[in-house]
Design a protein around this ligand. Structure first.
Ligand SMILES: C[S@@+](CC[C@H](N)C(=O)[O-])C[C@H]1O[C@@H](n2cnc3c(N)ncnc32)[C@H](O)[C@@H]1O
Length: 254
């Protein structure tokens, strides 16, 4: 894909996010990793974060950063494409202004953030928006200190392949098909990057990360009322395939 096309996708996603941001404020944020995924309190992927420097990729309205502030981190850094999201994050994190640094721009670019600096880089439901996974992972790797960890969650790549039709779930698209596509879940331009789970894992390994854990577990809440299986994230579908995956990896010490 040409650089111009990539930039066009990023610009069109920025426009869409600026428009829809208020509908998403705090919707998917730590301690939640994503729909029907176990919580951080169950997984303890981050461990003790007090006095650590953290960077949130696709920080959105800042709700995950707020969670990190509540756990006593020493520095809160975030990158996001959307000005509307960042304005919400600045308002939300007013009390933490002295340790907050927010940057507007695509995660695909290195924004001049310090290299070999962060103890933890994380990204909650944002990485699938990258039009260049390899470059994004290289940036994250550079930002991290040796021994630092990168934790991210995203929609499981099987999830949008399967649809509910005529009382059953059917495979509508090949799992093998990868690349940038207009998301069916959005009715305005939203170019997302479809990648297999193995692609994420192999790109992480190629960048130099060590994989620590891959989570595909699903938590089905006790439901008193029947759910609608037509919903994008439905309980019935989650009982069959994971809506969310989470990967924890680390930058080797040497
Ligand atoms: C579902 S929201 C993330 C929620 C957020 N992580 C939280 O914890 O509250 C996805 C975010 O990704 C951002 N985004 C989309 N494409 C991006 C890109 N190329 N680079 C950086 N951020 C991007 C959007 O502006 C949006 O704020």
């Amino acid at each position: 894909m040409s650089i111009t096309t990539q930039e066009e996708f990023i610009q069109s996603n920025k426009k869409s996010w600026d428009e829809v941001a208020p509908r998403f404020f705090g919707r998917t944020a730590l301690p939640t990793f994503g729909p029907f995924a176990p919580l951080e309190s169950d997984l303890n992927l981050f461990g003790e974060v007090a006095n650590l420097r953290v960077l949130d990729i696709g920080c959105g309205s800042g709700h995950s950063l707020e969670y990190m502030a509540s756990r006593g981190v020493s520095e809160l850094w975030g990158i996001d494409l959307s000005d509307t999201q960042l304005e919400a994050a600045r308002n939300l994190l007013k009390a933490n202004e002295s340790i907050l640094k927010l940057f507007q721009g695509p995660m695909e670019n290195d924004h001049g953030l310090p290299h070999h600096y962060f103890d933890v880089v994380y990204s909650i439901y944002a990485i699938g928006w990258t039009v260049d996974l390899r470059q994004t992972l290289h940036n994250v790797f550079n930002y991290l200190k040796p021994g630092g960890v990168f934790i991210f969650s995203w929609e499981h790549p099987l999830h949008n392949r399967i649809k509910y039709e005529n009382d059953s779930f059917v495979v509508k698209k090949s799992y093998h098909e990868e690349g940038i596509h207009q998301s069916e879940a959005w009715n305005i331009p939203a170019m997302m990057n479809q990648m297999k789970l193995s692609t994420y894992i192999n790109e992480l390994i190629q960048t130099g990360f060590q994989i620590e854990r891959v989570v595909e577990d699903v938590v089905i809440p006790e439901q008193t009322e029947p759910d609608n299986p037509m919903r994008w994230y439905s309980l019935e579908k989650a009982a069959l395939i994971p809506p969310t995956f989470i990967i924890k990896c680390s930058k080797p010490q040497k």
